[in-house]
Design a protein around this ligand. Structure first.
Ligand SMILES: NC(=O)c1ccc[n+]([C@@H]2O[C@H](COP(=O)([O-])OP(=O)(O)OC[C@H]3O[C@@H](n4cnc5c(N)ncnc54)[C@H](OP(=O)(O)O)[C@@H]3O)[C@@H](O)[C@H]2O)c1
Length: 200
């Protein structure tokens, strides 16, 4: 790395970027990298059943009805920007979610969601949320968006539903060695957990 710095001090900016990219590729680095950062918080809020980490049923919607989980969801996300996939938006019983800025991901620029803003990528949604002053944007699903957001998340709000449900949409596996549980509370078949990412 120090050799790279010595080479770069003597050349103009454009060439520096070109050379830095070439060195990065040479050393099999991804450039630029997108990594979770504790300074830039990103939350994932999910409820899944165990076993199986089921989050959605055939035809869309949640496989269960637990008012206590809905209350917890409202409390956790209140005042924040919520980021969701287009299918999750379509499954919401109330649209937009009140008292929250709603960002909906869709690759179709022709789609408009009344009361929400359309974002073409997850990263653009996160950037828009932060630009709007939210220190901790919240990704609220569904399955495809969770897959993409989990590696970037710094905090997880998980409701574990200890019931057997069949479903068609699932949450990705959570490597618990990467996370520290900072709180948990059990209530009937539900367990509310908050996990923070370690070592960032
Ligand atoms: N249990 C829970 O906590 C929970 C939470 C949320 C949702 N759910 C359930 O999950 C199910 C929906 O999940 P799903 O996986 O089917 O759909 P989804 O992730 O909600 O939405 C998928 C759609 O979002 C858009 N999208 C996703 N990633 C994108 C990206 N990176 N950039 C741009 N657009 C992107 C695409 O829309 P276009 O096709 O328009 O391009 C894609 O077809 C429902 O059953 C819902 O009830 C459960």
């Amino acid at each position: 790395m120090s050799v790279l710095m010595l080479v770069l001090v003597d050349i103009d900016d454009g060439k520096q970027v070109f050379l830095a990219r070439s060195f990065a590729l040479l050393f099999h680095c991804k450039f630029p990298r997108v990594q979770p950062s504790k300074l830039e918080k990103l939350a994932v809020v999910v409820a899944y059943s165990l076993p199986g980490r089921v989050i959605g049923r055939d035809g869309g919607g949640l496989p269960w009805h637990h008012p206590e989980d809905l209350r917890s969801f409202r409390e956790v996300t209140a005042g924040h920007t919520v980021i969701m996939g287009r299918r999750t938006w379509e499954c919401l019983p109330v649209r937009p979610l009140p008292e929250r800025r709603n960002l909906v991901l869709s690759r179709n620029p022709a789609l408009h969601f009344p009361g929400a803003e359309t974002c073409p990528t997850l990263l653009s949604a996160i950037a828009a949320a932060r630009a709007g002053g939210d220190p901790c944007p919240m990704v609220i699903g569904g399955g495809t968006v969770f897959e993409e957001a989990l590696p970037l998340a710094t905090v997880l709000y998980i409701t574990e539903v200890y019931e057997t449900h069949t479903g068609t949409t699932f949450f990705p596996p959570v490597d618990e060695t990467q996370w520290e549980e900072v709180s948990h509370r059990a209530s009937g078949p539900l367990k509310f957990r908050v996990l923070e990412r370690r070592n960032i």
